[in-house]
Design a protein. Structure first.
Lengths: 394, 280
């Protein structure tokens, strides 16, 4: 696919700045956020865009993440385009409002600079926060690099605000690895360009004094379950619309986006499944391993929620082994989070690969070629089901 | 790694010297405030009025919060904003503890503001020392609820449009036993105030205006720590028993310091005893 460079600028930005530019180019109306590493640069840049008069938006520097998402919920309910960003403890503090936003079908977009949850205090990348949101009814995307972080934020607004979708969306970018790494990327010349892909939000329902409505009211045994069923059905019906928008965005940008990305998987015996920036590392590793004659391939998910069930079933066909890499841990569950999604996805398939769960990179522990080699050695031991890599003293 | 020094300092035994050098920037006021807090403990101990083993030193997240990892006391470095409820919980389980909450202005008055309000309302038997450097320093200088009006922050690049909270003054609306404010230029006052407060019951609040040359100083154009101290010295005016109306929190004219409240009402545990809930 050819990048349509006419109205795009080649520049260098870190992941946070790229996200800030995306929200700016998406012409958001209300931003509320609270600083937290490694997300802080996003809101700092946005506050500059607003105060410099480049972005005609309200920026509210609230007193906590709980207030940030609450304020954005209020703003989104009044019909405008809204954005927030957070990480780790901030997402945890937003937890109760996550469910409010999705149940009220408010198309908020949030950037999540993935970071490990305390304790111990750690500011580096784990996917704990991304996974914490997985049941809450938010659409979740994962960026592999800074370009994707920029593109996915813009696409996420179209997805969230689409009349057939109308759910909030999170764009995950790995803390520090992407948030603080400067990479070359294309950004649009400005809001006018992006507006062609992303017109103004047209709310289905909004708070309007002339046509009063009540939102978020009480529903007990009488209605709650019907409403949740309706919400579930609406969420499950989103994939075709999300796909259509990603295709349109691919056309618009000249960069290809879909639910999953595959690399050398078609003739592979052993596949690796990853989220986020590790896809870049693993693509390099897979290429090297192919040179050594190892028949390996890679699948990475751009869309994590709703889980791309059909795409994944299709992608793993022919694999003997699928190694599912989790950058988090689900204490007390049989396996970590991504593994369990995949196991459920493949359970009914007549032929499926053996599954192995790899836990790696928690709290920013580097995952590199050497860790990959350790992983290779461990997954080839007989009978392994769940392993940790990159752990000292192992 | 333990850094062996040929010099010693009177509060060395209250510090984890293996953590030296600390992460605080040169010229930062937090170390000075911690130093005088620890001196107060040390003096009380030598007077036989306190047992350091009973102290629980709780901090939230922030540059100030790092203190929990530096003191040789029972210490907890808890979530951002939650130092007060942690201390209250520990205290409820073990009323013989002497909880000291030591944290930043964003932590105590911003994200943790609700806890501050309700611990104060209950006249909860804890000492809160709030180090106020006017900004969220650890995350790099964003707007805090204490940031002076019109001052630059990285989230208000054209100056803060919001009037700040005068935390000490706001707490005066509640019946707490002790409220004082000092600045990092009042060394003896900090020590004496902490010493005095530690011998009292009920809710005790000491705000210390700090200097953060690295961020706040840079934001207001006074990057030099010495100049920042000199400036603060002029702004921080000590008044004896100031009335509510006299107390100011204005970086451009005066930040009133002194003891604002000093009474001896029953603390939370006294009230529990009074209604017969606890025997302790
Ligand atoms: C829930 C949550 N949100 C945000 C943060 C990020 N954060 C860490 S410290 C801090 C502000 C610290 O400011 P302050 O409390 O004034 O302490 P200082 O660094 O100035 O001493 C913030 C916002 C966090 N740790 N947890
Ligand atoms: S940033 Fe400011 S408050 Fe933090 S250690 Fe440095 S001088 Fe002190």
């Amino acid at each position: 696919m050819e990048v349509k460079v006419e109205r795009q600028i080649r520049t260098g930005l870190n992941g946070d700045e790229a996200v800030a530019y995306a929200a700016y180019h998406a012409d958001v109306d209300v931003i509320a956020a609270y600083p937290i590493t490694p997300q802080t640069i996003i809101v700092e840049r946005l506050s500059e865009f607003v105060h410099d008069g480049l972005l005609d938006a309200e920026f509210i520097p609230v007193e906590s993440e709980h207030s940030a998402l609450s304020a954005v919920v209020g703003a989104a309910a009044s019909g405008v385009r809204t954005f927030t960003a957070t990480a780790s403890q901030g997402l945890a503090l937003m937890y109760e409002i996550l469910y409010i936003a999705s149940s009220l079908r408010l198309p908020i977009v949030m950037a999540l600079a993935d970071r490990a949850l305390s304790a111990l205090i750690n500011i580096h990348c784990s996917h704990d926060d991304a996974y914490a949101a997985r049941d809450s009814g938010w659409i979740e995307f994962f960026a592999e690099n800074v370009q994707e972080a920029y593109d996915l934020v813009i696409a996420a607004f179209r997805v969230a605000e689409d009349k057939n979708i109308s759910f909030p969306a999170i764009v995950n970018l790995d803390g520090f690895i992407l948030s603080h790494s400067i990479e070359p990327l294309y950004i649009y010349e400005g809001q006018d360009v992006v507006r062609e892909f992303l017109p103004r939000r047209e709310p289905i329902v909004k708070l309007d004094p002339d046509k009063p409505v009540t939102i978020g009211a009480l529903a007990l045994q009488n209605y709650y379950i019907e409403l949740k069923r309706a919400q579930a059905e609406a969420f499950e019906a989103t994939p075709p619309y999300i796909r259509k928008i990603l295709r349109e965005y691919s056309e618009f940008s000249g960069r290809k986006y879909d639910f999953i990305k595959k690399y050398m998987i078609d003739d592979a015996d052993i596949g690796f499944l990853v989220l986020g920036s590790t896809a870049g590392t693993m693509r390099h590793v897979v290429r090297k391993w192919r040179e050594k004659g190892r028949k390996v391939g890679l699948i990475s998910l751009t869309l994590y929620r709703p889980f791309p069930v059909d795409d994944l079933r299709d992608a793993v066909k022919g694999l003997k082994k699928l190694v599912i890499m989790d950058r988090s841990y689900s204490f007390g569950s049989p396996y970590a989070q991504l593994y369990m999604d995949v196991a459920a996805t493949l359970y009914d398939e007549p032929e499926k690969p053996d599954l192995i769960n790899v836990i790696y990179g928690l709290g920013g522990r580097d995952f590199n070629e050497y860790t990959a080699e350790e992983m290779w050695e461990k997954i080839n031991r007989p009978g392994v089901k769940k392993i940790w890599v990159g752990v000292r003293g192992d | 790694m333990m850094v062996k020094s040929k010099y010693s300092h009177p509060i060395d035994d209250l510090l984890r010297l293996d953590r030296v050098p600390y992460t605080w920037c040169p010229g930062c006021g937090i170390g000075i405030i911690l130093h005088h807090t620890l001196r107060a403990i040390k003096e009380l101990e030598s007077e036989g009025k306190i047992n350091r083993d009973k102290i629980l030193f709780v901090t939230g997240i922030g540059c100030t919060g790092r203190a929990a990892g530096l003191v040789k006391l029972d210490a907890a470095h808890v979530l951002h904003g939650r130092a007060i409820p942690f201390a209250v919980g520990a205290m409820l389980a073990n009323p013989s503890l002497i909880p000291i909450v030591f944290s930043g202005d964003g932590d105590i008055a911003g994200i943790g503001g609700n806890h501050l309000l309700h611990a104060a309302r209950r006249n909860m038997d804890i000492l809160v020392i709030m180090v106020n450097n006017f900004t969220y320093a650890l995350t790099g200088g964003q707007l805090a609820p204490t940031t002076p009006y019109k001052v630059y922050s990285t989230t208000t690049p054209y100056g803060n449009p919001e009037p700040p909270i005068d935390t000490a003054k706001a707490l005066m609306a509640l019946d707490v036993n002790y409220i004082a404010r000092w600045s990092v230029t009042h060394l003896t006052k900090i020590k004496d105030s902490v010493k005095y407060a530690l011998t009292k019951r009920g809710f005790r609040f000491i705000e210390v205006i700090s200097v953060c040359p690295e961020i706040f100083g840079r934001h207001i154009g006074i990057r030099d720590p010495y100049q920042l101290y000199v400036t603060l010295r002029k702004i921080a005016k000590t008044r004896i028993k100031p009335s509510f109306g006299d107390i100011k929190y204005d970086w451009n004219s005066e930040i009133t310091c002194g003891v604002f409240v000093d009474r001896d009402d029953p603390g939370y545990f006294d009230r529990l005893k009074e209604i017969g809930v606890t025997k302790k």
